[in-house]
Every structure is written in C-alpha cells, then in structure tokens.
Design a protein around this ligand. Structure first.
Ligand SMILES: C[S@@+](CC[C@H](N)C(=O)[O-])C[C@H]1O[C@@H](n2cnc3c(N)ncnc32)[C@H](O)[C@@H]1O
Length: 188
C-alpha cells in the first residue's frame, strides 16, 4: 500500500533512526504523526486538506497544520527526519475544496506541462523544509514515481538509497503491476 502507507513503515523507520523531530509535508490521514507519537517522538504534519485528528497515545508533541507545504512556516527547527508519501500526479483530487492548491491533482493530468509543474512544486516543498532541518537530516519518500519527477539535488538533498519493489494490484480499475520506491535522501 502506498499513499496512505501502513503504519509499520514509518514506525520501523522511526525506531531505526531514532529521530528527535519528524516532519511529513503531506500528512494525509496522519500515519507519520501517529507512528511518531507511538514511538514517543515529536512530530509536525502539514496537509492542504485538514486531516482527521486521531487520539494520540503518548505525550510526545504532535503539531498538525493545515497549509500548503510549498510555503508553510513551521513552528520549530531541529527536524532530523522527514517521512512522506507525496501526492500522485494526475490521479486523485483529494478534496475539491482545495483542488487549486493540491499538487498533481487529477484534472491537471500527466502532460509534459503537468509533469514540469509537479516537479517544480515538489522542489518547492523540500526547499521550504530545508531551513527547519538539522544538517544531516534524512528524508524517506514513499513514491510510485513512474515519471521519476523528484529531483534530490534541486531540492537541496542527495539521494543515498533507492529501494524499489514490484507491486501487483489484483482488484479495482488500477489492476496491474507497477513499481513503488522508498527514496532515502540526506540534506546536502
Ligand atoms: C498520498 S497522500 C498522503 C497520504 C499519507 N501518507 C497517509 O498516510 O494518509 C498526499 C497528500 O498530499 C496532500 N497535498 C497535496 N498538495 C498539497 C500541498 N500543496 N500542500 C500540502 N499538502 C498537499 C493531499 O491533500 C494528500 O493528503
């Protein structure tokens, strides 16, 4: 599963890296912040469409902000780990109300122009985060990036790993085999 990824993924990353402050610029249903809180780690999550705030289990702080992650001002510095799954390109309108601010929304499609815009928007999201990151901060990015639109260098990072797996979806209109990746970046 990507998009809303299973909680075990961010949880295992957080347990391994042992960060002090986690950030997800595309929080969605809140998986990253829930996982961080379960591991008693503070977190910040941003999404253009407000997530439903769940009950948190530990006292670790969770800050959820409804904003555009290309330009959001975060309340804190010292983020040493980003875990996120960016929006797909040209597949989903998450909420009609916020569709103009959504990156990669379905109505824009996947034309050359739409891909250029998506790539530029993703650079803005990561560049906007840079000022809040520790010097060696890591980013784990879970993507189904058929078009390879993410650019670590232009985003202010370097890619240190790329883990790819083949996934077969057996039901629904998007049946078929595709690839999903976990990109691991480090602040350059
Ligand atoms: C693939 S989903 C993330 C799912 C999330 N990992 C989860 O567990 O639910 C991508 C999210 O990006 C959000 N989004 C799209 N454009 C955005 C923007 N400009 N700023 C902030 N969030 C945005 C969408 O609202 C959507 O919730």
């Amino acid at each position: 599963m990507i998009g809303s990824f299973p909680i075990t993924l961010p949880l295992s990353i957080i347990k391994k890296i042992k960060p002090k402050l986690v950030y997800d610029p595309f929080l969605g249903s809140g998986t990253t912040c829930i996982a961080a809180n379960m591991a008693a780690v503070s977190s910040i999550g941003v999404d253009i469409s407000p997530p439903i705030i769940p009950k948190f289990k530990t006292k670790a702080s969770v800050t959820i902000i409804k904003a555009d992650s290309r330009s959001v001002k975060l309340p804190q510095k010292g983020i040493d780990l980003i875990i996120t799954s960016p929006p797909y390109i040209g597949q989903i309108n998450y909420q009609d109300k916020f569709v103009k601010e959504e990156i990669g929304s379905a109505h824009l499609g996947t034309s050359y122009k739409a891909r250029k815009k998506y790539a530029a928007d993703m650079i803005k999201v990561f560049q906007n985060a840079l000022a809040y990151l520790t010097p060696k901060a890591l980013a784990f990015i879970i993507v189904q990036d058929k078009f390879r639109l993410l650019d670590p260098q232009a985003s202010g990072f370097r890619q240190i790993h790329r883990l790819t797996r083949k996934v077969t979806r057996v039901r629904g209109i998007k049946r078929g085999t595709y690839f999903e990746s976990v990109l691991v970046w480090q602040k350059a």
